[in-house]
Design a protein. Structure first.
Lengths: 296, 260
Protein backbone atom coordinates (compact mmCIF):
# COMPACT_ATOMS: atom_id res chain seq x y z
CA UNK A 1 0.00 0.00 0.00
CA UNK A 2 2.64 2.50 1.08
CA UNK A 3 4.96 1.46 -1.75
CA UNK A 4 2.20 1.97 -4.25
CA UNK A 5 1.50 5.29 -2.66
CA UNK A 6 5.09 6.39 -3.03
CA UNK A 7 5.22 5.25 -6.64
CA UNK A 8 2.11 7.15 -7.52
CA UNK A 9 3.49 10.23 -5.82
CA UNK A 10 6.79 9.90 -7.63
CA UNK A 11 4.97 9.62 -10.89
CA UNK A 12 2.88 12.61 -10.10
CA UNK A 13 5.88 14.65 -8.99
CA UNK A 14 8.19 13.56 -11.79
CA UNK A 15 7.46 16.64 -13.81
CA UNK A 16 7.96 19.13 -10.97
CA UNK A 17 11.49 19.31 -9.62
CA UNK A 18 10.57 21.73 -6.88
CA UNK A 19 8.47 19.22 -4.87
CA UNK A 20 10.46 16.21 -3.83
CA UNK A 21 9.21 15.76 -0.28
CA UNK A 22 6.03 13.75 0.25
CA UNK A 23 3.33 16.25 1.07
CA UNK A 24 2.34 16.47 4.71
CA UNK A 25 -0.22 18.48 6.51
CA UNK A 26 1.11 22.02 6.61
CA UNK A 27 1.37 22.21 10.39
CA UNK A 28 3.43 19.01 10.56
CA UNK A 29 6.22 20.11 8.32
CA UNK A 30 9.29 21.11 10.31
CA UNK A 31 9.82 24.17 8.17
CA UNK A 32 6.37 25.53 8.91
CA UNK A 33 6.21 24.83 12.65
CA UNK A 34 5.90 28.17 14.40
CA UNK A 35 5.24 28.67 18.05
CA UNK A 36 2.45 31.14 18.72
CA UNK A 37 4.40 34.27 19.54
CA UNK A 38 2.85 37.01 21.64
CA UNK A 39 1.39 39.52 19.21
CA UNK A 40 3.57 42.57 18.65
CA UNK A 41 2.51 46.09 19.47
CA UNK A 42 1.51 46.66 15.85
CA UNK A 43 -0.77 43.62 15.81
CA UNK A 44 -2.42 44.67 19.06
CA UNK A 45 -3.03 48.14 17.69
CA UNK A 46 -4.48 46.64 14.51
CA UNK A 47 -6.81 44.40 16.52
CA UNK A 48 -8.01 47.38 18.53
CA UNK A 49 -8.53 49.39 15.34
CA UNK A 50 -10.66 46.62 13.93
CA UNK A 51 -12.93 46.76 16.94
CA UNK A 52 -13.34 50.49 16.38
CA UNK A 53 -14.37 50.10 12.76
CA UNK A 54 -18.13 50.32 13.41
CA UNK A 55 -17.91 53.47 15.56
CA UNK A 56 -15.66 55.08 12.95
CA UNK A 57 -18.13 54.12 10.21
CA UNK A 58 -21.03 55.61 12.16
CA UNK A 59 -19.03 58.76 12.80
CA UNK A 60 -18.35 59.08 9.08
CA UNK A 61 -22.04 58.48 8.31
CA UNK A 62 -22.97 61.14 10.85
CA UNK A 63 -20.59 63.59 9.19
CA UNK A 64 -21.86 62.78 5.67
CA UNK A 65 -25.53 62.98 6.59
CA UNK A 66 -24.84 66.28 8.26
CA UNK A 67 -23.20 67.72 5.16
CA UNK A 68 -25.46 66.20 2.51
CA UNK A 69 -28.92 65.60 4.00
CA UNK A 70 -29.60 68.06 6.81
CA UNK A 71 -30.64 71.64 6.24
CA UNK A 72 -29.53 74.71 8.20
CA UNK A 73 -32.11 74.27 11.03
CA UNK A 74 -31.72 70.57 11.65
CA UNK A 75 -27.96 70.96 11.44
CA UNK A 76 -28.34 73.18 14.52
CA UNK A 77 -29.93 70.29 16.38
CA UNK A 78 -27.36 67.72 15.36
CA UNK A 79 -24.00 69.37 14.71
CA UNK A 80 -21.39 67.49 12.69
CA UNK A 81 -18.58 65.66 14.50
CA UNK A 82 -16.12 68.24 13.23
CA UNK A 83 -18.19 71.03 14.77
CA UNK A 84 -18.31 69.13 18.06
CA UNK A 85 -14.56 68.62 17.93
CA UNK A 86 -13.98 72.33 17.41
CA UNK A 87 -16.29 73.13 20.34
CA UNK A 88 -14.40 70.63 22.47
CA UNK A 89 -11.11 72.27 21.56
CA UNK A 90 -12.47 75.71 22.45
CA UNK A 91 -13.80 74.47 25.80
CA UNK A 92 -10.48 72.86 26.62
CA UNK A 93 -8.45 75.84 25.47
CA UNK A 94 -10.43 78.35 27.54
CA UNK A 95 -10.28 76.00 30.56
CA UNK A 96 -14.07 76.11 30.87
CA UNK A 97 -14.49 72.36 30.49
CA UNK A 98 -11.98 71.66 33.25
CA UNK A 99 -13.57 74.24 35.55
CA UNK A 100 -16.93 72.48 35.25
CA UNK A 101 -15.35 69.05 35.44
CA UNK A 102 -13.46 70.03 38.57
CA UNK A 103 -16.64 71.30 40.24
CA UNK A 104 -18.50 68.11 39.38
CA UNK A 105 -15.69 65.84 40.55
CA UNK A 106 -15.21 67.68 43.82
CA UNK A 107 -18.95 67.35 44.53
CA UNK A 108 -18.74 63.64 43.77
CA UNK A 109 -15.71 63.35 46.03
CA UNK A 110 -17.24 65.21 48.97
CA UNK A 111 -20.45 63.20 48.72
CA UNK A 112 -18.41 59.99 48.45
CA UNK A 113 -16.51 60.84 51.63
CA UNK A 114 -19.81 61.27 53.47
CA UNK A 115 -21.21 58.09 51.95
CA UNK A 116 -18.31 56.07 53.37
CA UNK A 117 -20.25 56.18 56.65
CA UNK A 118 -22.27 53.39 55.01
CA UNK A 119 -19.36 51.01 55.72
CA UNK A 120 -19.47 51.10 59.56
CA UNK A 121 -23.26 51.23 59.50
CA UNK A 122 -23.35 48.27 57.11
CA UNK A 123 -20.91 46.28 59.23
CA UNK A 124 -23.00 46.94 62.33
CA UNK A 125 -26.18 45.92 60.49
CA UNK A 126 -24.59 42.81 59.06
CA UNK A 127 -23.02 41.75 62.34
CA UNK A 128 -25.52 42.55 65.10
CA UNK A 129 -29.03 41.30 64.51
CA UNK A 130 -30.72 43.86 66.82
CA UNK A 131 -29.12 46.70 64.83
CA UNK A 132 -30.28 45.10 61.60
CA UNK A 133 -33.80 44.65 62.93
CA UNK A 134 -33.99 48.31 63.93
CA UNK A 135 -32.52 49.83 60.77
CA UNK A 136 -33.63 47.41 58.09
CA UNK A 137 -37.19 48.67 57.70
CA UNK A 138 -35.93 52.26 57.49
CA UNK A 139 -33.42 51.30 54.80
CA UNK A 140 -36.05 49.34 52.89
CA UNK A 141 -38.39 52.35 52.85
CA UNK A 142 -35.74 54.91 51.84
CA UNK A 143 -33.75 52.82 49.40
CA UNK A 144 -36.31 52.51 46.57
CA UNK A 145 -36.80 56.31 46.43
CA UNK A 146 -34.63 57.42 43.50
CA UNK A 147 -32.10 60.10 44.46
CA UNK A 148 -33.66 62.33 41.79
CA UNK A 149 -36.97 62.29 43.65
CA UNK A 150 -35.19 64.10 46.47
CA UNK A 151 -34.22 67.03 44.21
CA UNK A 152 -37.28 69.25 44.87
CA UNK A 153 -37.07 68.82 48.63
CA UNK A 154 -33.32 69.20 48.68
CA UNK A 155 -33.52 72.49 46.76
CA UNK A 156 -35.90 73.80 49.41
CA UNK A 157 -33.61 72.55 52.18
CA UNK A 158 -30.22 73.52 50.84
CA UNK A 159 -30.94 76.00 48.03
CA UNK A 160 -29.07 75.91 44.75
CA UNK A 161 -25.43 74.90 44.93
CA UNK A 162 -22.90 72.49 46.32
CA UNK A 163 -24.79 71.31 49.39
CA UNK A 164 -27.89 70.33 47.45
CA UNK A 165 -25.86 68.57 44.75
CA UNK A 166 -23.74 66.73 47.28
CA UNK A 167 -26.83 65.57 49.13
CA UNK A 168 -28.32 64.04 45.97
CA UNK A 169 -25.02 62.34 45.06
CA UNK A 170 -24.62 61.15 48.63
CA UNK A 171 -27.98 59.37 48.40
CA UNK A 172 -26.89 57.73 45.14
CA UNK A 173 -23.62 56.45 46.60
CA UNK A 174 -24.73 55.63 50.14
CA UNK A 175 -27.24 52.84 49.54
CA UNK A 176 -25.21 50.67 47.15
CA UNK A 177 -22.29 50.76 49.60
CA UNK A 178 -24.59 50.03 52.55
CA UNK A 179 -26.36 47.08 50.95
CA UNK A 180 -23.15 45.54 49.63
CA UNK A 181 -21.44 45.94 52.99
CA UNK A 182 -24.33 44.16 54.74
CA UNK A 183 -24.22 41.33 52.18
CA UNK A 184 -20.44 41.11 52.49
CA UNK A 185 -20.52 40.91 56.27
CA UNK A 186 -23.27 38.31 56.29
CA UNK A 187 -21.27 36.24 53.81
CA UNK A 188 -18.12 36.08 55.94
CA UNK A 189 -17.23 32.43 56.44
CA UNK A 190 -18.05 31.26 59.95
CA UNK A 191 -14.79 29.33 60.22
CA UNK A 192 -12.71 32.46 59.60
CA UNK A 193 -14.41 34.10 62.57
CA UNK A 194 -14.02 30.97 64.65
CA UNK A 195 -10.36 30.66 63.71
CA UNK A 196 -9.76 34.25 64.81
CA UNK A 197 -11.58 33.68 68.08
CA UNK A 198 -9.64 30.58 68.99
CA UNK A 199 -6.43 32.47 68.20
CA UNK A 200 -7.43 34.90 70.91
CA UNK A 201 -9.27 37.64 69.00
CA UNK A 202 -11.92 39.56 70.93
CA UNK A 203 -15.06 41.05 69.39
CA UNK A 204 -13.32 44.26 68.28
CA UNK A 205 -10.40 42.42 66.69
CA UNK A 206 -12.77 40.02 64.93
CA UNK A 207 -14.60 42.97 63.37
CA UNK A 208 -11.53 45.01 62.44
CA UNK A 209 -9.12 42.24 61.49
CA UNK A 210 -11.45 39.64 59.99
CA UNK A 211 -14.97 40.80 59.13
CA UNK A 212 -13.91 44.10 57.54
CA UNK A 213 -11.24 42.41 55.42
CA UNK A 214 -13.39 39.47 54.40
CA UNK A 215 -16.21 41.81 53.36
CA UNK A 216 -13.90 44.23 51.55
CA UNK A 217 -14.29 42.79 48.02
CA UNK A 218 -18.06 43.15 48.34
CA UNK A 219 -17.67 46.64 49.82
CA UNK A 220 -15.52 47.66 46.86
CA UNK A 221 -18.24 46.37 44.53
CA UNK A 222 -20.65 48.61 46.43
CA UNK A 223 -18.30 51.57 46.00
CA UNK A 224 -18.07 50.95 42.25
CA UNK A 225 -21.83 50.77 41.84
CA UNK A 226 -22.30 53.72 44.19
CA UNK A 227 -19.88 55.98 42.36
CA UNK A 228 -21.66 55.15 39.10
CA UNK A 229 -25.11 55.89 40.50
CA UNK A 230 -23.74 58.98 42.22
CA UNK A 231 -22.24 60.27 38.97
CA UNK A 232 -25.59 59.90 37.19
CA UNK A 233 -27.38 61.58 40.08
CA UNK A 234 -24.81 64.35 40.06
CA UNK A 235 -25.49 65.35 36.49
CA UNK A 236 -29.23 65.34 37.11
CA UNK A 237 -28.81 67.42 40.26
CA UNK A 238 -26.63 69.92 38.41
CA UNK A 239 -29.14 70.24 35.59
CA UNK A 240 -31.58 71.94 37.93
CA UNK A 241 -29.76 72.92 41.08
CA UNK A 242 -26.31 74.28 40.28
CA UNK A 243 -24.50 77.21 38.71
CA UNK A 244 -21.45 75.18 37.69
CA UNK A 245 -20.50 71.61 36.83
CA UNK A 246 -20.94 69.48 33.72
CA UNK A 247 -24.70 69.11 34.24
CA UNK A 248 -25.05 72.87 34.51
CA UNK A 249 -22.82 73.35 31.47
CA UNK A 250 -24.93 71.24 29.14
CA UNK A 251 -28.20 72.69 30.40
CA UNK A 252 -26.82 76.21 30.03
CA UNK A 253 -25.66 75.41 26.50
CA UNK A 254 -29.13 74.13 25.66
CA UNK A 255 -30.67 77.51 26.43
CA UNK A 256 -28.22 79.05 23.97
CA UNK A 257 -28.90 76.27 21.42
CA UNK A 258 -25.19 75.36 21.54
CA UNK A 259 -25.82 71.70 20.80
CA UNK A 260 -22.12 71.21 20.07
CA UNK A 261 -21.29 72.11 23.69
CA UNK A 262 -24.11 69.85 24.90
CA UNK A 263 -22.59 66.90 23.05
CA UNK A 264 -19.08 67.68 24.29
CA UNK A 265 -20.48 67.74 27.83
CA UNK A 266 -22.28 64.44 27.35
CA UNK A 267 -19.16 62.75 26.01
CA UNK A 268 -17.12 64.13 28.91
CA UNK A 269 -19.67 62.83 31.43
CA UNK A 270 -19.51 59.39 29.84
CA UNK A 271 -15.72 59.26 29.70
CA UNK A 272 -15.29 60.44 33.28
CA UNK A 273 -17.83 57.88 34.49
CA UNK A 274 -15.89 55.17 32.69
CA UNK A 275 -12.59 56.46 34.09
CA UNK A 276 -13.95 56.41 37.65
CA UNK A 277 -15.06 52.82 37.23
CA UNK A 278 -11.73 51.72 35.76
CA UNK A 279 -9.89 53.54 38.54
CA UNK A 280 -11.78 51.71 41.29
CA UNK A 281 -11.31 48.40 39.50
CA UNK A 282 -7.58 49.02 39.17
CA UNK A 283 -7.24 50.02 42.81
CA UNK A 284 -9.15 46.95 43.98
CA UNK A 285 -7.02 44.64 41.80
CA UNK A 286 -3.89 46.15 43.29
CA UNK A 287 -5.06 46.20 46.88
CA UNK A 288 -7.04 42.97 46.98
CA UNK A 289 -4.97 40.57 44.90
CA UNK A 290 -6.37 37.66 46.91
CA UNK A 291 -10.00 38.43 46.11
CA UNK A 292 -9.65 37.63 42.42
CA UNK A 293 -9.05 34.01 43.29
CA UNK A 294 -12.32 33.95 45.21
CA UNK A 295 -14.54 35.38 42.54
CA UNK A 296 -13.12 33.99 39.31
CA UNK B 1 -4.37 15.23 86.81
CA UNK B 2 -6.11 15.07 83.50
CA UNK B 3 -5.91 18.01 81.19
CA UNK B 4 -9.42 17.84 79.79
CA UNK B 5 -12.45 16.60 81.75
CA UNK B 6 -15.64 16.03 79.85
CA UNK B 7 -18.44 15.32 82.35
CA UNK B 8 -21.92 14.09 81.39
CA UNK B 9 -22.02 16.31 78.34
CA UNK B 10 -25.32 16.31 76.47
CA UNK B 11 -26.17 18.43 73.48
CA UNK B 12 -29.70 18.91 72.23
CA UNK B 13 -30.42 21.00 69.15
CA UNK B 14 -33.85 22.61 69.02
CA UNK B 15 -35.87 21.69 65.93
CA UNK B 16 -35.85 24.11 63.01
CA UNK B 17 -39.54 24.80 63.45
CA UNK B 18 -42.09 24.10 66.15
CA UNK B 19 -43.13 20.96 64.27
CA UNK B 20 -39.61 19.47 64.28
CA UNK B 21 -38.66 17.46 67.30
CA UNK B 22 -35.47 18.54 69.10
CA UNK B 23 -32.43 16.48 68.10
CA UNK B 24 -30.33 14.73 70.71
CA UNK B 25 -26.85 15.02 69.21
CA UNK B 26 -24.70 13.86 72.12
CA UNK B 27 -25.92 11.89 75.10
CA UNK B 28 -24.08 11.84 78.42
CA UNK B 29 -20.49 11.86 77.27
CA UNK B 30 -17.88 11.53 79.99
CA UNK B 31 -14.20 11.13 79.23
CA UNK B 32 -10.89 12.47 80.51
CA UNK B 33 -7.98 13.30 78.25
CA UNK B 34 -4.53 13.26 79.82
CA UNK B 35 -1.82 15.89 79.48
CA UNK B 36 0.06 15.54 76.14
CA UNK B 37 -2.22 12.73 75.06
CA UNK B 38 -3.23 12.36 71.42
CA UNK B 39 -6.87 11.41 71.42
CA UNK B 40 -9.00 10.71 68.36
CA UNK B 41 -12.76 10.74 68.10
CA UNK B 42 -14.12 8.50 65.36
CA UNK B 43 -17.61 7.59 64.37
CA UNK B 44 -20.15 7.51 61.61
CA UNK B 45 -20.87 10.92 60.07
CA UNK B 46 -23.58 12.67 62.06
CA UNK B 47 -22.57 11.04 65.34
CA UNK B 48 -21.82 14.42 66.87
CA UNK B 49 -18.04 14.20 66.88
CA UNK B 50 -17.61 17.67 65.42
CA UNK B 51 -20.20 18.99 67.90
CA UNK B 52 -18.06 17.64 70.72
CA UNK B 53 -14.97 19.32 69.26
CA UNK B 54 -16.85 22.62 68.82
CA UNK B 55 -17.85 22.48 72.48
CA UNK B 56 -14.23 21.82 73.47
CA UNK B 57 -13.26 24.92 71.52
CA UNK B 58 -16.05 26.99 73.05
CA UNK B 59 -17.88 27.61 69.78
CA UNK B 60 -20.94 25.85 71.19
CA UNK B 61 -22.11 25.25 74.73
CA UNK B 62 -23.30 21.89 76.10
CA UNK B 63 -27.01 21.66 76.92
CA UNK B 64 -26.11 19.75 80.09
CA UNK B 65 -22.89 18.67 81.76
CA UNK B 66 -19.63 20.56 81.55
CA UNK B 67 -16.17 20.57 80.03
CA UNK B 68 -13.15 21.63 82.03
CA UNK B 69 -9.61 22.26 80.87
CA UNK B 70 -7.08 22.38 83.70
CA UNK B 71 -9.95 22.68 86.12
CA UNK B 72 -11.53 25.69 84.40
CA UNK B 73 -14.91 25.39 82.72
CA UNK B 74 -14.72 26.04 78.99
CA UNK B 75 -16.61 29.21 78.14
CA UNK B 76 -15.61 31.40 75.23
CA UNK B 77 -13.07 30.35 72.60
CA UNK B 78 -9.50 31.04 73.63
CA UNK B 79 -5.99 30.65 72.23
CA UNK B 80 -5.39 27.94 74.83
CA UNK B 81 -7.63 25.69 72.70
CA UNK B 82 -6.55 26.37 69.11
CA UNK B 83 -8.38 24.68 66.25
CA UNK B 84 -7.27 23.35 62.88
CA UNK B 85 -10.17 23.31 60.42
CA UNK B 86 -10.96 20.98 57.55
CA UNK B 87 -11.26 23.95 55.17
CA UNK B 88 -8.05 25.49 56.62
CA UNK B 89 -9.84 28.78 57.48
CA UNK B 90 -6.74 30.79 56.54
CA UNK B 91 -7.19 34.54 56.18
CA UNK B 92 -6.93 34.95 52.40
CA UNK B 93 -5.78 38.59 52.63
CA UNK B 94 -2.75 37.70 54.77
CA UNK B 95 0.47 36.04 53.68
CA UNK B 96 1.65 32.76 55.23
CA UNK B 97 3.78 34.72 57.67
CA UNK B 98 1.00 37.14 58.55
CA UNK B 99 -1.48 34.31 59.07
CA UNK B 100 0.89 32.71 61.57
CA UNK B 101 1.53 36.09 63.16
CA UNK B 102 -2.21 36.77 63.72
CA UNK B 103 -2.52 34.83 66.95
CA UNK B 104 0.76 36.24 68.25
CA UNK B 105 -0.57 39.75 67.69
CA UNK B 106 -3.79 38.83 69.48
CA UNK B 107 -1.70 37.53 72.38
CA UNK B 108 0.20 40.85 72.27
CA UNK B 109 3.56 39.17 71.89
CA UNK B 110 6.10 41.95 71.26
CA UNK B 111 7.09 42.41 67.61
CA UNK B 112 10.72 41.40 68.13
CA UNK B 113 9.74 38.06 69.68
CA UNK B 114 7.10 37.30 67.04
CA UNK B 115 9.52 36.72 64.21
CA UNK B 116 11.43 33.98 66.00
CA UNK B 117 8.19 32.12 66.79
CA UNK B 118 7.05 32.46 63.18
CA UNK B 119 10.39 31.20 61.85
CA UNK B 120 10.32 28.24 64.22
CA UNK B 121 6.80 27.25 63.21
CA UNK B 122 7.53 27.66 59.52
CA UNK B 123 10.52 25.36 59.83
CA UNK B 124 8.55 22.85 61.89
CA UNK B 125 5.86 22.42 59.22
CA UNK B 126 8.31 22.65 56.30
CA UNK B 127 7.14 25.91 54.73
CA UNK B 128 10.49 27.70 54.45
CA UNK B 129 10.55 29.81 51.30
CA UNK B 130 6.78 30.31 51.23
CA UNK B 131 6.56 33.01 53.92
CA UNK B 132 5.40 35.75 51.57
CA UNK B 133 2.88 33.69 49.61
CA UNK B 134 -0.85 34.18 49.90
CA UNK B 135 -3.08 31.18 50.68
CA UNK B 136 -4.52 31.12 47.14
CA UNK B 137 -1.01 30.52 45.83
CA UNK B 138 -0.61 27.35 47.91
CA UNK B 139 -1.76 23.76 47.45
CA UNK B 140 -4.23 22.18 49.88
CA UNK B 141 -1.51 20.35 51.77
CA UNK B 142 0.53 23.51 52.19
CA UNK B 143 -2.52 25.45 53.33
CA UNK B 144 -3.11 22.88 56.05
CA UNK B 145 0.53 23.18 57.10
CA UNK B 146 0.03 26.93 57.51
CA UNK B 147 -3.11 26.27 59.49
CA UNK B 148 -1.30 23.88 61.81
CA UNK B 149 1.60 26.32 62.22
CA UNK B 150 -0.84 29.13 62.97
CA UNK B 151 -2.60 27.07 65.64
CA UNK B 152 0.69 25.96 67.24
CA UNK B 153 2.17 29.47 67.19
CA UNK B 154 -0.03 30.66 70.07
CA UNK B 155 1.30 27.74 72.16
CA UNK B 156 -2.12 26.31 73.04
CA UNK B 157 -2.70 23.85 75.84
CA UNK B 158 -4.92 21.74 73.61
CA UNK B 159 -4.78 21.48 69.83
CA UNK B 160 -8.15 20.61 68.29
CA UNK B 161 -8.29 19.22 64.77
CA UNK B 162 -11.50 18.80 62.80
CA UNK B 163 -10.94 16.37 59.91
CA UNK B 164 -7.73 18.24 59.08
CA UNK B 165 -6.69 16.04 56.17
CA UNK B 166 -10.10 15.15 54.76
CA UNK B 167 -10.08 17.82 52.04
CA UNK B 168 -6.69 16.70 50.68
CA UNK B 169 -6.14 14.25 47.83
CA UNK B 170 -5.09 10.74 48.81
CA UNK B 171 -1.40 11.28 48.19
CA UNK B 172 -1.14 14.53 50.12
CA UNK B 173 -3.24 13.08 52.90
CA UNK B 174 -0.83 10.18 53.32
CA UNK B 175 2.13 12.56 53.37
CA UNK B 176 0.53 14.80 55.97
CA UNK B 177 -0.43 11.85 58.15
CA UNK B 178 3.08 10.49 57.99
CA UNK B 179 4.64 13.83 58.80
CA UNK B 180 2.27 14.29 61.70
CA UNK B 181 3.20 10.80 62.91
CA UNK B 182 6.89 11.61 62.54
CA UNK B 183 6.43 14.88 64.41
CA UNK B 184 4.70 13.06 67.24
CA UNK B 185 7.37 10.34 67.35
CA UNK B 186 10.23 12.77 67.79
CA UNK B 187 8.42 15.60 69.48
CA UNK B 188 10.04 16.81 72.66
CA UNK B 189 7.95 17.77 75.63
CA UNK B 190 7.66 21.47 74.79
CA UNK B 191 6.40 20.85 71.26
CA UNK B 192 4.05 18.04 72.16
CA UNK B 193 0.50 19.19 72.88
CA UNK B 194 -2.62 17.57 74.14
CA UNK B 195 -4.38 16.86 70.87
CA UNK B 196 -7.93 15.98 70.00
CA UNK B 197 -8.50 14.81 66.44
CA UNK B 198 -11.89 14.29 64.87
CA UNK B 199 -11.67 12.02 61.86
CA UNK B 200 -13.65 9.48 59.91
CA UNK B 201 -10.45 7.75 58.81
CA UNK B 202 -9.73 4.68 60.93
CA UNK B 203 -6.16 4.44 59.62
CA UNK B 204 -5.49 8.06 60.48
CA UNK B 205 -6.74 7.53 64.01
CA UNK B 206 -4.56 4.44 64.57
CA UNK B 207 -1.54 6.06 62.94
CA UNK B 208 -1.61 9.07 65.26
CA UNK B 209 -3.51 8.36 68.47
CA UNK B 210 -2.69 7.21 71.96
CA UNK B 211 -6.37 6.58 72.47
CA UNK B 212 -9.37 6.33 70.18
CA UNK B 213 -12.90 7.19 71.28
CA UNK B 214 -15.54 5.49 69.17
CA UNK B 215 -18.90 7.25 69.17
CA UNK B 216 -22.20 5.57 68.36
CA UNK B 217 -24.61 7.18 65.92
CA UNK B 218 -27.63 9.30 66.80
CA UNK B 219 -27.49 9.97 69.60
CA UNK B 220 -23.72 10.07 70.00
CA UNK B 221 -22.66 7.99 72.97
CA UNK B 222 -19.27 6.57 73.83
CA UNK B 223 -19.30 3.09 72.35
CA UNK B 224 -15.76 2.09 73.16
CA UNK B 225 -12.44 3.60 74.08
CA UNK B 226 -9.39 1.88 72.60
CA UNK B 227 -5.79 2.25 73.70
CA UNK B 228 -3.31 2.25 70.82
CA UNK B 229 -0.15 0.84 72.29
CA UNK B 230 2.00 0.62 69.17
CA UNK B 231 5.53 2.06 68.83
CA UNK B 232 5.88 5.24 66.77
CA UNK B 233 6.30 5.90 63.91
CA UNK B 234 3.63 3.36 63.11
CA UNK B 235 3.46 1.05 60.17
CA UNK B 236 0.20 0.14 58.49
CA UNK B 237 1.53 -3.37 57.75
CA UNK B 238 2.16 -4.15 61.42
CA UNK B 239 -0.12 -7.13 62.37
CA UNK B 240 -1.21 -5.28 65.51
CA UNK B 241 -2.16 -2.29 63.36
CA UNK B 242 -4.17 -4.55 61.07
CA UNK B 243 -5.92 -6.26 64.00
CA UNK B 244 -6.84 -2.90 65.52
CA UNK B 245 -8.10 -1.63 62.19
CA UNK B 246 -10.25 -4.69 61.79
CA UNK B 247 -11.74 -4.25 65.25
CA UNK B 248 -12.44 -0.54 64.69
CA UNK B 249 -14.02 -1.19 61.33
CA UNK B 250 -16.36 -3.72 62.87
CA UNK B 251 -17.37 -1.26 65.59
CA UNK B 252 -18.15 1.41 63.03
CA UNK B 253 -19.92 -0.98 60.69
CA UNK B 254 -22.21 -2.02 63.54
CA UNK B 255 -23.20 1.63 63.83
CA UNK B 256 -23.87 1.95 60.12
CA UNK B 257 -26.19 -1.03 60.44
CA UNK B 258 -27.90 0.58 63.40
CA UNK B 259 -28.67 3.73 61.39
CA UNK B 260 -30.07 1.94 58.37
Amino acid sequence: MSQLDTMVRELANSGKSSIDIPPRPAGMSPSTVTLPLPPGAGAVLLARMKRLSLPVLLLAAWQLINMLVLDETTRMLLPAPTVVAIAAWDLVATGELFRHLFDSLSREFVAFSWALTAIPIGIAMGWWKPVHDQLDSLVEILRPIPPLAWIPLSILWFGIGDMQNQFIIFLGIFFPILLNTITGVKGVELNLVRAARCLGAGEGAVLRRVVLHAALPQIVTGIRIGLGVGWMALVAAELVGASSGLGFMINDARTLLRTDIVIVGMITIGLVGLALDLLIREISHRMLPWSRSLHH
Amino acid sequence: MSEVNIRNVTKIYPGHSSKDAPVLALDDISVDIADKEFCSIVGHSGCGKTTLLNMLAGFEQPTAGNIKVHGETVGRPSWSRAMVFQDYALFPWLTVEQNISFGLEMKQIPTEKRQSVIDKQIRLVGLAGFEKRYPHQLSGGMKQRVSIARALSVDPEVLLMDEPFAALDAQNRAIMQQEMGRLLAQADADVRKTMVLVTHSIEEAILLSDRIIVLSSRPGRIKEILMVDLPRPRNEDDPNFIALRHHLRELINEEMGAVE
